[in-house]
Design a protein around this ligand. Structure first.
Ligand code: NAD
Length: 431
């Protein structure tokens, strides 16, 4: 079993502790790697490497910095198939989904290649009598990135191309559940000409995270993950004087009006509910059906669900496994809860059997009708292939329900009524 080591100062860095975590192949349900979990020495080494590389990288011309990103873009585009294989093998998402994730990451790399223009400052002549004022956009120094398991390539790429283009140096702490993509991207950045130490990967758990949040040489933190951890990150890093951006979890609703095109709506519900096994922050997890639309819509959704092929993401299917057995069991517990809370399980994904891969972390597409809005099935982010239906009597009731959710991230309306559509833009409150 291979040990996935840290990447510090442009090369693999051995772990000083005995602590490791398991990395599974979720489609087979077996552990395939171990990942090093950092202790004090590795945290220090990663931050020190980034700090040492900072002055030279900061002083590297903008033109050169963007050339490195251009080279990274070319290499990534040429070799994205390799990265997709890694994502599917550790996360479980199907290869086409993995390719989509990389495409979204590439968009940010391409955006960052335009930084010579984006970093331009401003100049105001005679802001006060005889006083000119100018602004500069400058790097901060060492910046920390802490990313979730569900987009091991895309989420780091939301941040590091921008951070590097701006002249910062980076320590990335990826999810310990699917850590290999981070090392693969680090090696590619080196190949693209990035100086050693400008991008480092620190593997680990809470200890590594806390090390970054409290380290005096780390100037900012970019986090994506679940809401409770996002709050913890925001508070702790801010207490230690850092700039923080912390993006949390979601419960995304789609509101369906009786005049909607139900075939189109059912297609969208199935794609957005079950794509990537629902392990997407933008997954639709609640369909708010304005009566009398629910029965017809459910019939069309269940028809489509029956055609979804669940299996190993490497073998052309529609939906892969969940990330771990533990997470699969947690998702299953919400279906148990739905029954206890008086909801109707229309399609039950518990206990699904998949050809030839008995031990995979499988959970089939699940549809639950009449979910009470007081149930944790409605109020929690389940983060699996579970779509809830909530029936409401009117458009206004639906909008009110959606606006009272404590979560973002997104919402959608399905209707053929342009007036409703226009109203939705002005009346909806975004959490
Ligand atoms: P998570 O919060 O469990 O973990 C995220 C990161 O925080 C990981 O690197 C992990 O090692 C670290 N971490 C976990 N527990 C910690 C603790 N107690 N103290 C310090 N660090 C800790 O999230 P996840 O399960 O990896 O990812 C899924 C979540 O991410 C979902 O809630 C999803 O909605 C959210 N997400 C949000 C967005 C967005 O744009 N808002 C995008 C993708 C994912």
């Amino acid at each position: 079993m291979t040990l996935i080591e840290h990447w510090i100062g442009g090369k693999a860095h051995p772990n000083g502790t005995e602590r490791t975590g398991p990395v599974f192949d979720p489609a087979r349900g077996v552990q395939q790697h171990e990942v090093a979990l950092a202790g004090e020495a590795e945290i220090e080494a990663a931050v020190a490497a980034a700090k040492a590389a900072y002055p030279a990288w900061r002083d590297t011309s903008l033109a050169r910095r963007s050339q490195v990103l251009f080279a990274f873009r070319e290499l990534l585009n040429a070799r994205k198939g390799e990265l997709a294989e890694i994502l599917t093998s550790e996360h479980g998402k199907v290869l086409t989904d993995a390719a989509g994730e990389i495409a979204r990451g590439l968009e940010v790399v391409e955006f960052a290649t335009g930084f010579p223009h984006l970093l331009k400052g401003e100049f105001t002549e005679n802001a006060s009598t005889g006083v000119d004022v100018y602004s500069l956009r400058q790097p901060l120094g060492v910046v920390g990135i802490i990313s979730p398991f569900n987009f091991p390539a895309m989420v780091p790429m939301w941040f590091f191309p921008i951070a590097l283009a701006a002249g910062n140096t980076v320590v990335l702490k990826p999810s310990e559940k699917d850590p290999s993509a981070a090392n693969w991207m680090a090696a590619l950045l080196k190949e693209a000409g990035l100086p050693d130490g400008a991008f480092n990967v620190l593997h680990g758990d809470k200890q590594a995270v806390d090390g970054l949040l409290t380290h005096p040489d780390v100037k900012s933190i970019s986090f994506v993950g679940s809401t409770p951890i996002a709050k913890y990150i925001y508070e702790t890093a801010a207490q230690h004087g850092k700039r923080v951006q912390a993006l949390g979890g979601a419960k995304n609703h789609m509101l369906v009006l009786p005049d909607a095109d139900l075939d189109l709506t059912a297609d969208a519900a199935v794609n957005a509910g079950f794509g990537s096994a629902g392990e997407r922050c933008m997954a639709i997890s609640v369909v708010v059906a304005v009566e009398p639309v629910a029965d017809d819509l459910i019939a069309k959704i269940t028809e489509r669900m029956a055609t979804l092929k669940v299996g190993d993401g490497r073998k052309s299917c529609d939906m892969g496994p969940l990330i771990t057995g533990e997470h699969r069991d947690k998702v299953a517990s919400y279906v148990d809860l739905a029954v206890q809370d008086g909801a109707e399980v229309v399609v039950d994904g518990r206990g699904i059997e998949v050809d030839g891969e008995a031990d995979g972390f499988w959970f089939g597409p699940t549809l639950i009708d009449k979910v009470p809005v007081t149930s944790r099935v409605y109020t929690d982010e389940i983060f699996g292939p579970v779509l809830s239906i909530v029936r409401v009597a009117s458009y206004e009731e639906g909008v009110e329900l959606i606006n009272s959710s404590e979560y973002g991230n997104g919402t959608a309306i399905f209707t053929n009524d342009g007036e409703r559509h226009a109203a939705s833009r002005t009346r909806w409150r975004w959490a």
